[in-house]
Design a protein around this ligand. Structure first.
Ligand SMILES: O=P(O)(O)OC[C@@H](O)[C@H]1O[C@@H](OP(=O)(O)O)[C@@H](O)[C@@H](O)[C@@H]1O
Ligand SMILES: [Mg+2]
Ligand SMILES: [Zn+2]
Length: 185
């Protein structure tokens, strides 16, 4: 599992809303609305301290929709970094799609552009890299480029679980349980 990089052990790619922080059907529009899911910050830190490269691939169509701006988004990502650093870990890369559904970009999940950006950044293959998401599109985007799909029941995950999932999708209650699984193997 997980392509070995140059001296690095493993890469994991996380969805943001509904995996790291609580999601909202009204979008997560500000730092005040950015609320970490219990155990997720610690899970990221545990993976990071165990040598995993942690990347985030997130759709942020709220930018295109005018619900928030890049400064708002950066405040949320700075908060994520600070909280993970406070647990001794780090988020190595955050890549987001700022576009709306009608922009027909190649980076909005389920398209795989964000994953290719992450692979190019680290010069790492994606074959076998865990992708952790709460939406089907998260898993589809990763599976299309060789990732191993992990669904969490947080965010929209309990609804997603009822859908037809990619072959081999592993289902966990939350990111902390995914980290437990990956760190125990
Ligand atoms: O789960 P990630 O990819 O980190 O982020 C998802 C968010 O960008 C938002 O994506 C929207 O989907 P549309 O972009 O409107 O289709 C809705 O699902 C919102 O509830 C959600 O907060
Ligand atoms: Mg999500
Ligand atoms: Zn895009």
């Amino acid at each position: 599992m997980a392509g070995a990089g140059k001296g690095m052990d493993k890469l994991i790619i996380l969805d943001r809303d509904g995996v790291i922080n609580e999601d909202s059907d009204a979008y997560v529009k500000s730092l005040d609305e950015w609320i970490p899911i219990p155990g997720s910050i610690e899970a990221i830190a545990r993976l990071s301290k165990a040598g995993w490269l942690v990347a985030v691939a997130t759709n942020q169509s709220g930018l295109a929709r005018g619900f928030f701006d890049h400064d708002d988004l950066q405040l949320m990502h700075d908060a994520l970094q600070q909280r993970v650093a406070g647990q001794g870990g780090r988020v190595d890369l955050i890549r987001f799609c700022p576009h709306g559904p009608d922009d027909l970009c190649d980076c909005r999940k389920p398209r795989s552009g964000l994953f290719r950006q992450i692979a190019e950044h680290f010069c790492l293959p994606l074959e076998g890299v865990p992708v952790v998401g709460d939406s089907l599109r998260d898993l589809e985007a990763g599976v299309a480029v060789g990732c191993e799909p992990f669904l969490v029941r947080t965010g929209k995950g309990s609804q997603t679980e009822l859908k037809a999932l990619p072959d081999g999708t592993r289902i966990f209650d939350n990111l902390a349980a995914v980290a437990d699984h990956l760190l125990d193997n």
